[in-house]
Design a protein around this ligand. Sequence first.
Ligand SMILES: Cc1cc2nc3c(=O)[nH]c(=O)nc-3n(C[C@H](O)[C@H](O)[C@H](O)COP(=O)(O)O)c2cc1C
Length: 173
Amino acid sequence: MITQRVQKEASAPVCSSNFRKIMGHFPTGVTVVTVDHRESCCLGVTINSLTSVSLAPPLVLFCMKKKAIAHDLVVNSQSFAISILAHNQQELALECAEPGGAKLADPLLVHSYDGNFLVRGAIASIECTQEEIYPGGDHTIIVGLVTRLYSELDNQPLVFHRSRFTEVLQGTR
Ligand SMILES: Cc1cc2nc3c(=O)[nH]c(=O)nc-3n(C[C@H](O)[C@H](O)[C@H](O)COP(=O)(O)O)c2cc1C
């Protein structure tokens, strides 16, 4: 039997800023989602809501703010790539978090096999075709079917924790 109740002071009302603060305790990697843009240019948006969903078939999801300038472009893209950033790519993460994302070109990108763009120097990338989209409150949930895997570098990932960029601390075991 559980006899103790959590202290009242540990509980916070559920508002956007408290929710963001609490969820910020959950460290994530940082990715850039790349989609085709007009004039054969590529748009990159920084995303940390990436989650793997299923192994067979291989599915991932990420969430895109409905009010984001890049929302419609990303949601209407039938294929896209997701690059997992390395610890030294914080500047790119910030650039792609600007309103509307960032228009990327050489030398930041490489062409993939299936017609998408991958971030050069990322630790790993995946290519996806859009499988489903679902409403998710003020976000749209985009589910991608993974069509190719790229492992580019044996490098440390960029980490986002409590609204800051940080790095993985190497354990001794
Ligand atoms: C580390 C980090 C992670 C982010 N993750 C997401 C995300 O998962 N989904 C999302 O919609 N925006 C995310 N953003 C915000 C977008 O990169 C970008 O700032 C936003 O789409 C711009 O919105 P705007 O066009 O309305 O200004 C993230 C930003 C940062 C810095």
